[in-house]
Design a protein around this ligand. Structure first.
Ligand SMILES: Cc1cc2nc3c(=O)[nH]c(=O)nc-3n(C[C@H](O)[C@H](O)[C@H](O)COP(=O)(O)OP(=O)(O)OC[C@H]3O[C@@H](n4cnc5c(N)ncnc54)[C@H](O)[C@@H]3O)c2cc1C
Length: 426
């Protein structure tokens, strides 16, 4: 008896989606052979999936965003396919593509090698602030939040480096929490308790959205007592000591410094790819792949990337709805051909949706954004996202896999010669 494994590294938005897709649409279509069973294995450092999208609200207060809305156990979500699913709590430390195995370190420090028939890399990214990244288990991130809440209560000066959606959402939530909700017509709080400043490296905030939307975001931030400084970078942020309540000196590129009770670094993200060979990565350390087929061509046969660690995407969960079916359909095509010895079927292609699209709540009742190139009114941003950071709308479908219940329509694309589009077949 042998087992052929579809191995998925990372168990977050992309990894869990890939696993559901594999169990629903790949395993049932693999050739039935005596003595061979099929398995989907997910490797992830935490037993719990983390709804990172709600991070900006939970850092303000766990009364506003309780921890039990943020974390969801991974393994029970696959109970419907128990005999075909394995969860490994640990971290991939090395991939041997020649031997088609991945070395994994478990939480208790044990090493093991997991062989794969097909490999999906979905290890995402880490944020420079520990506030929006689950590196180990749920308890560790909750402890980080508890410590942050204690500090926040007494904060008079808060600086947020970075004016992308994470920085703007964090500023809105924190300012409203500290300074209160302004009156209906008020343009700023009467007696703000804290000075909150967002540092924007560019002349506008929210790079994906047009300037007028960025201006609207600035107004909403002002309403809750947050200011924006434009065309300025954070040069350094130095904490006076290890003590939790120690101040941070934030040095700005215009020569000014701010003594902050709290500094949040929201200046970007770092792909979790340092366990992979350098030749597989692009110049931003993302996994370099064929932008149409999502095969990692440098990695040998049957290796794919999905989610924010991939070179094909500008990131975001919505983009995964287009990418997961593509990568997983191509994986199935390649795996069927490999196991049956038949010629591979046609490829499925990914098309990036590059329309202006982003929703940015600012505090609990306002927000800015656009969908499919159209600006949305604040009340719609609130209705879709600001109410609960998409938990009611998306968590269930993500956890139980219903989001990918249907394969979706696609136009078969010819398999092109090696070196042109999809080369890593087999
Ligand atoms: C505060 C915040 C708010 C956001 N809001 C939105 C939003 O409203 N809408 C939206 O579309 N996007 C939003 N995003 C972006 C969204 O979170 C990402 O698009 C999403 O997390 C990417 O999913 P992923 O599965 O590719 O990667 P991740 O979510 O980063 O998950 C990667 C997983 O892999 C694990 N991992 C890391 N290294 C290893 C390893 N070596 N071995 C095994 N596992 C490993 C990690 O622990 C993690 O569980 C937000 C991001 C942040 C930070």
């Amino acid at each position: 008896m042998s087992t052929e494994t579809i191995l998925i590294l990372g168990g977050s938005f992309a990894g869990m989606s890939a696993a559901h897709y594999a169990l629903m649409h790949i395993i049932p279509q693999l050739p039935k052979k005596d003595g061979i069973t099929y398995n989907v294995t997910v490797v992830n450092p935490s037993k719990d999936f983390y709804w990172r999208i709600a991070g900006p609200r939970v850092i303000a207060s766990k009364e506003l965003m309780p921890y039990n809305k943020l974390f969801y156990p991974i393994e029970p979500a696959f109970a419907y396919a128990k005999d075909k699913f394995t969860f490994v709590q640990g971290k991939a430390t090395h991939v041997d593509s020649a031997g088609q195995t991945v070395s994994v370190e478990s939480v208790s420090g044990e090493q093991k090698n997991i062989p794969y028939a097909a490999l999906v890399i979905a290890t995402g990214f880490s944020t420079p602030t520990p506030l929006f990244t689950q590196t180990t288990d749920r308890a560790a991130l909750e402890a980080t939040y508890d410590a942050f809440h204690t500090q926040l209560k007494h904060a008079k000066t808060v600086v947020i480096g970075g004016a992308g959606p994470v920085g703007v959402e964090a500023a809105g939530e924190i300012s409203e929490f500290l300074n209160g909700k302004p009156g209906f017509m008020a343009s700023a709080p009467k007696n703000p308790k804290a000075k909150v400043t967002v540092i924007s490296a560019e002349k506008k905030m929210l790079p994906v959205l047009r300037e007028s939307i960025s201006k609207q975001a600035e107004k909403f931030l002002k309403r809750v007592g947050a200011d924006v400084v434009y065309n300025t970078k954070v040069v350094s942020a130095t904490k006076a000591s290890e003590a939790e309540d120690a101040k941070t000196t934030v040095q700005l590129s215009d020569g000014k410094t701010i003594e902050a009770d709290i500094y949040i670094d929201a200046t970007g993200t770092r792909p979790n790819t340092n366990f992979l060979p350098k030749e597989w990565l692009d110049n931003r350390n993302r996994v370099s792949c064929n932008a149409k087929t999502l095969r990692v061509e440098a990695a040998g046969p049957r290796v794919y990337v999905v989610g924010d660690c991939g070179s094909y995407t500008r990131g975001g969960v919505m983009d995964q709805y287009d990418a997961i079916p593509v990568a997983m359909t191509n994986l199935r095509t390649d795996l069927v051909a490999h196991l049956s010895g038949q010629t591979p079927g046609p490829d499925r292609h990914y098309e990036a949706n590059l329309k202006e699209q982003q929703l940015v709540p600012i505090g609990s009742s306002k927000g800015v954004g656009a969908a499919n190139g159209m600006a949305l009114p604040s009340v719609m941003v609130w209705g879709i996202k600001g109410r609960d950071y998409l938990i009611g709308m998306l968590v269930e479908g993500h956890m139980n896999g219903k989001t990918y219940e249907k394969e979706g329509k696609w136009k078969p694309q010819p398999v092109v010669a090696a070196g042109q589009l999809g080369t890593s077949r087999g």
